[in-house]
Design a binder for this molecule. Structure first.
Ligand code: CO
Length: 293
C-alpha cells in the first residue's frame, strides 16, 4: 500500500529532554545487543518496558539466538530489518520473521517461545520492543501474529518521507496493530536528506525516537545514529517535528502511560511482587504449556 498524504499540522512541537546511549549487553544464548530502553527508563517511558537493537554481520554475535524462554504480562514486538529468525511457541504458533517483517506477540497469561536465526552468515539486524499490558489484561489469552513486510501499512508523505506504520495511525493510515488503552504509535521513518516529518501527539503521551542510520534534528538538537532521544512532555505541545539534514532512518515510538505499578523479574512483568512470584511458580509448575519443539 502506498499513499501520498499531506503533512499534518504541528504548531508547538516537543523538544528533546535527553539523549540516551543505551547499554551494550547480551541476552538469550549470547546475542549481542544494545539495550536502548533499560529498566531504569520504564517509568519515564511507560507504557514501554524495553527496546533492544541488535545488528551484526558476525555470526558469533547472533547465531545461538534466544532458546526457550517464558514471558508473562506484556507484549513483545519484533521488527526485523535484515536476516531471518524462526519463532516457535507453546501456544503452537510458528513463524519466520524476515527482512522488514514484524512479529507481534501478546504473552498475556504466559507463553514459552524460542527465536532462533535461520542463517549462518550475513547481516542480522532488528529491534525488539516490549509494550506493557494494563493490569486487567495481563492474564489474557496469549495472541500472536506475523506480518510480512508487504503486509505492513506504508505511505509516502507529500514531503517524501517513507513511513511503515507498525502500530497506531499516521497521515490517515492505520497501523498493522492498534491497541485501546495505551494507544501505541510505532513508526519506521526513512527520511531523505532535507525532508521533514510531523506527527501530532497528545502532550501526555510518552514518546521517544531511536535513530539507526544517519542523524536528525528535533527542536534544534541533533540526534545521531544508535542514539535515543526522549521527548519532553511539554505542556501545550501538540506533536513532534523531525528534520533530516542527511539521509536518516529512525523509529518513532509513543504511547499513553498506564500509570500502574511495575514489578519485573526478567521475562515476567506484573504489578506486584506477589504476582511475579506467582508467575515464577506457574512457569515452574508447567502452567505456561509445553515447550515448543
Ligand atoms: Co522472548
Amino acid at each position: 500500500m502506498s499513499t501520498i498524504a499531506d503533512r499534518p499540522t504541528v504548531t508547538l512541537p516537543r523538544s528533546v529532554e535527553r539523549i540516551v546511549v543505551g547499554e551494550a549487553t547480551s541476552d538469550g544464548a549470547g546475542v549481542k545487543l544494545n539495550r536502548v530502553l533499560t529498566q531504569q527508563l520504564q517509568r519515564r517511558l511507560d507504557p514501554f518496558l524495553m527496546l533492544d537493537a541488535f545488528g551484526s554481520d558476525k555470526a558469533d554475535d547472533y547465531i545461538a539466538g534466544f532458546p526457550d524462554h517464558p514471558h508473562r504480562g506484556f507484549e513483545t514486538i519484533s521488527y526485523m530489518i535484515a536476516g531471518r529468525m524462526r519463532h516457535r511457541d507453546s501456544a503452537g504458533n510458528e513463524g519466520l520473521l524476515e527482512n522488514g517483517g514484524v512479529q507481534w506477540m501478546t504473552a498475556g497469561s504466559g507463553v514459552i517461545h524460542s527465536e532462533i536465526p535461520e542463517q549462518e552468515h550475513g547481516v542480522m539486524e532488528g529491534f525488539q520492543l516490549w509494550l506493557n499490558l494494563p493490569a486487567a489484561d495481563k492474564m489474557r489469552t496469549p495472541w500472536y501474529r506475523d506480518f510480512k513486510a508487504e503486509e505492513l501499512p506504508r505511505l509516502t508523505t507529500a514531503g517524501d518521507v517513507a513511513v511503515t506504520v507498525i502500530a497506531g495511525e499516521t497521515h490517515g493510515v492505520r497501523g498493522a496493530v492498534t491497541r485501546d488503552g495505551t494507544l501505541p504509535l510505532y513508526l519506521d521513518l526513512h527520511m531523505p536528506q532535507g525532508t521533514q516529518f510531523a506527527q501530532p501527539l497528545p502532550a501526555g503521551h510518552n514518546a521517544f525516537v531511536y535513530v539507526y542510520r544517519g542523524a536528525v534534528q528535533i527542536g534544534g538538537q541533533s540526534v545521531s545514529a544508535q542514539r535515543m532521544a526522549i521527548l519532553k512532555n511539554d505542556a501545550g505541545s501538540d506533536g513532534i517535528r523531525i528534520d533530516a539534514g542527511e539521509d536518516a532512518r529512525l523509529l518513532l515510538i509513543a504511547g499513553r502511560p498506564l500509570k500502574e505499578p511495575i514489578a519485573q523479574y526478567g521475562p515476567f512483568v506484573m504489578n506486584t511482587q506477589e504476582e511475579v512470584f506467582q508467575a515464577v511458580r506457574d512457569f515452574q509448575n508447567g502452567q505456561f504449556g509445553e515447550r515448543p519443539r
